[in-house]
Design a protein around this ligand. Structure first.
Ligand code: NAD
Ligand code: WQD
Length: 336
């Protein structure tokens, strides 16, 4: 049974991946500083799976803390989710973003190298396709970014590629996620950001509960099906399943590879709002607002490589994503 270190495993995507790892029989060690997660997520992972993962409240900026984890456990591979991810915040606090995301990754690589751990799967993002590539985005396209968060991903991809090139026994997989949404069908884990959400799905969910009055649709004059922005929303459980396939692929090879994880289908803002109103059973108020600076019209994945290399195809629909988000948010409000 392999032991996997999951950095950021108490977070939104990491927690869903921990569930699938435990269900598949892996031993799971989580390292998370809880800067954007709650401690009880670890117990909820245990409640879903019947197995308690090992948890360290450790900051990746603490290299000795990381070294101690590698000394205490024979880690076979690492899934690296830990990082700061809010685009707007990254523009206001670039030093914090570069420091946390880049130094955290450098420390992780140092601790892995010292421990002889050679397999790493990294959470990259479709944001690295920048603003100039045509859709659908495929892995060979040039990368760039429009904000500090995006640049941390571009630079981390570079760092990981260079280190794998210099260390022939290393296996690095860069997974570029499109727009992860939805929640575990149990209703125990999901995404529920504090305050006013930046991203569309959690914002829509808070309008559905009545916590926020109205959705602002950022622009209806894009060159898209209905003028609103189009994105490739992928259910977080599909995304987690992609990680299971990716991890086994990474164990069987060396070098660096890059794979998109999306559905290959785009949905507009209005399509998502309608799908969510069906899921929650009532109409959702929205107004058309100005475009959000930095947004692109359309973003969806070319999924050919994920299919060919991993055998991965997303199964869950936008209706499934809205249903599971709504179920989670309702359960979460009952628990509060
Ligand atoms: P999240 O914020 O829910 O999870 C990240 C976790 O990392 C949090 O639990 C946080 O506490 C932890 N963390 C942050 N900095 C840390 C540090 N220095 N040391 C230890 N723990 C630290 O975010 P998520 O949505 O689950 O995203 C996971 C990864 O996927 C991130 O790297 C993110 O950039 C990437 N990603 C996310 C999306 C998305 O839309 N959610 C899209 C593409 C890529
Ligand atoms: C989706 C669509 C908005 C909010 C972001 C990051 C990206 C990646 C995923 C990490 C867009 C519109 C949104 C609202 C709206 N994260 N919208 N009203 O911008 O595609 O991607 O998350 O890597 O890097 O940039 O996602 O959910 O913010 O927006 O109309 O209140 O919804 O304009 O068309 P985005 P999003």
């Amino acid at each position: 049974m392999k032991t996997i270190l999951v950095t950021g495993g108490a977070g939104y995507i990491g927690s869903h991946v921990c569930v699938q790892l435990l269900e598949a029989g892996y031993s799971v060690v989580i390292a998370d500083n809880l800067c954007n997660a709650q401690r009880d997520v670890v117990d909820r992972i245990a409640r879903i799976t019947g197995t308690q993962p090992v948890f360290y409240q450790t900051d990746l900026l603490d290299l000795d803390g990381l070294r101690a984890i590698f000394r205490a456990h024979a880690i076979d591979g690492v899934l690296h989710f830990a990082g700061l991810k809010a685009v707007g915040e990254s523009t206001e606090q670039p030093l914090r973003y570069y420091s946390n995301n880049l130094t955290g990754t450098l420390h992780l690589l140092t601790a892995m190298q010292e421990a002889g751990c050679t397999t790493l799967v990294f959470s990259s993002s479709a944001t690295v396709y920048g603003a100039d590539n045509p859709v659908p985005f495929d892995e060979r396209m040039p990368t760039s970014a429009t904000n500090p968060y995006g640049y941390t991903k571009v630079v981390q991809e570079r760092i990981l590629t260079d280190i794998a090139a210099a260390q022939p026994d290393m296996s690095v997989l860069l997974l570029r996620y499109f727009n992860p949404v939805g929640a575990h069908p149990s209703g125990w884990i999901g995404e529920d950001p504090n305050g006013i959400p930046n991203n569309l799905m959690p914002y829509v969910a808070k309008v559905a509960t009545g916590e926020l009055p109205c959705i602002n649709v950022f622009g209806n004059d894009y060159d898209t099906v209905d003028g609103t922005g189009v994105r490739d929303y992928i259910h977080v459980c599909d995304l987690a399943r992609g990680h299971m396939l990716a991890l086994e692929y990474a164990f069987g090879r060396t070098g660096t590879d890059i794979i998109n994880l999306g559905t290959g289908r785009g949905s507009s803002v209005l399509e998502l709002i309608y799908a969510f109103s069906k899921a929650c059973g009532h109409p959702l108020p929205y107004v058309i607002a100005p475009r959000r600076p930095g947004d692109i019209a359309s973003c969806w994945a070319d999924t050919t490589k994920a299919k060919e290399v991993l055998g991965f195809t997303a199964q869950l629909t936008l209706a499934d994503m809205c249903r599971d988000s709504w179920h989670f948010i309702c359960r979460q409000r009952e628990r509060e």
